[in-house]
Design a protein around this ligand. Structure first.
Ligand code: SDX
Length: 382
């Protein structure tokens, strides 16, 4: 094996084929089962896009109604889940709370399985599990934020669609249509993105025929990192650090001198801008107008102009999402759990695709440790 055969970080490596989404850096485009994501974000409720990603087609009216009939009972937080969350320190990171919730759900759902192989379940069982996680995670995330604020839980409302119900359970107010539309768009944009680090993690775990919950728990661990999903939270910390547009230049001078990664910028696949940013930026602009916060737009534009101008590194989806979630009223620590509640659709679609492929993922490694040697020359107490 030669040095050039080794592809650190799997940069540029095509590891498998997927029919779920296509990320095309040449055309700066993203297709979900063939549909441009910006069209879906502008026209569909997030659960219709979930149907598309899981089943390969947008739902008919009857199919969407049936999916909602099966999902609605799982929108409320089950008592066992609430007890598990209540046992966690109130200042535990919400990503740890979400990870615990999925672990508990998995333990309850697979309890009694005669073997690990039986726990994996059938394709129909995993489609149900996927829908249930999509339905319940908003309740986990909403309750987490309210618990940290010392507020009581709010039960779901079946008269609201998923984005509106998520906002209702978090804030307890009739959600404004402008905010619902911006939030729905963000959930669709965050839902899927081919073999990103957390999705590939889920596929590796599913490839061993471990159960769907274990694969989602692994994906949550990967998404938590600030180089991946944790970036949307980190963008807000950057905005808080800078304060306002007038201090961007000085802040950036210091940050680059300290060789810091500027959160919300750069991407492993897109090198001239993330295809999802224009749609999420339009949603942010609508929120800036709705809440009359031109200062947010000024800071956003100043940092992008300054950093992209100097380094030619473009914003990724986390850059507009951070300030958008802040304007909606989500706590900064809640941002990445929001990403989980959306990306659980992509993760579960890939997990089910990996099960169908039935192929263990196990790459090779090169070795640069000591040459072979033997213990007969070694004595511990000399
Ligand atoms: C997501 O893969 C996906 O699809 C992920 C995602 C999804 O939907 O699942 O799109 C979600 O994770 C988006 C990315 C969120 N992360 C961040 O915003 C964190 C900041 N970004 C960087 O850490 C970085 O851009 C990465 C990790 C996202 C991508 O890095 P790469 O492709 O490995 O590129 P690199 O780190 O090798 O960077 C190349 C050069 C380096 O400079 P040199 O060492 O060659 O001098 O560009 C520099 C980097 O230092 N660089 C940055 C930078 N991004 C790249 N310098 C400062 N700030 C940055 N943000």
């Amino acid at each position: 094996m030669t040095e050039q055969d080794i592809r650190k970080g799997l940069v540029g490596v095509v590891a498998d084929v997927t029919a779920i989404s296509k990320v095309n850096p040449e055309t700066n485009s993203l297709l979900y089962r063939g549909y441009p994501v910006q069209e879906l974000a502008a026209t569909q409720p997030v659960d219709a896009v979930a149907h598309l990603l899981w089943h390969g087609e947008l739902p008919t009216g009857d199919q969407l109604a049936e999916q909602r009939r099966r999902a609605r009972p799982h929108r409320a937080l089950p008592p066992e889940l609430r007890e598990a969350i209540d046992r966690m320190p109130v200042d535990a990171h919400p990503m740890d709370e979400v990870r615990t919730a999925v672990s508990v759900l998995g333990a309850l759902d697979t309890a009694g399985a005669a073997s690990v192989l039986e726990a994996v379940g059938t394709p129909e069982r995993n489609r149900e599990r996927s829908l249930r996680l999509f339905a319940v995670l908003p309740a986990v995330v909403a309750y987490g934020q309210r618990r940290r604020r010392g507020l009581e839980i709010i039960e779901p409302r079946d008269d609201l669609d998923d984005a509106a119900n998520f906002l209702w359970m978090t804030f307890g107010e009739e959600p404004d249509p402008v905010v619902v539309d911006a939030f729905n768009r963000s959930l669709i944009l965050y839902a899927e993105h081919s073999f990103n680090a957390s999705t590939f993690t889920a596929r590796v775990i599913a490839s061993t025929l471990s159960d769907l919950y274990s694969a989602v728990v692994g994906a949550i661990g990967a998404l938590k990192g600030p180089l991946h999903g944790g970036a949307n939270e980190a963008v807000m910390h950057v905005f808080d650090e800078i304060g306002d547009a007038a201090t961007v230049e000085a802040w950036l001078d210091r940050a680059l001198a300290e060789k810091r990664k500027i959160m919300g910028f750069g991407h492993r696949v897109y090198k001239r801008g993330d295809s999802r940013v224009p749609t999420m930026k339009a949603a942010l602009d609508a929120l800036v107008a709705h809440y009359d916060r031109p200062d947010v737009a000024e800071l956003y534009d100043a940092l992008e102009r300054e950093f992209t101008g100097r380094k030619g590194i473009y914003p990724n989806l986390d850059y507009p999402s951070g300030p958008a979630y802040n304007l909606m009223g989500f706590d900064t620590v809640t941002f990445t759990p929001l990403f989980v509640a959306a990306r659980v659709v992509g993760w579960t679609a890939h997990i089910m695709e990996q099960y169908a492929a039935n192929a263990l993922i196990r790459p090779l490694s090169a070795y640069d440790g000591p040459a072979e040697r033997h213990v007969d020359g070694y004595v511990a107490d000399e």
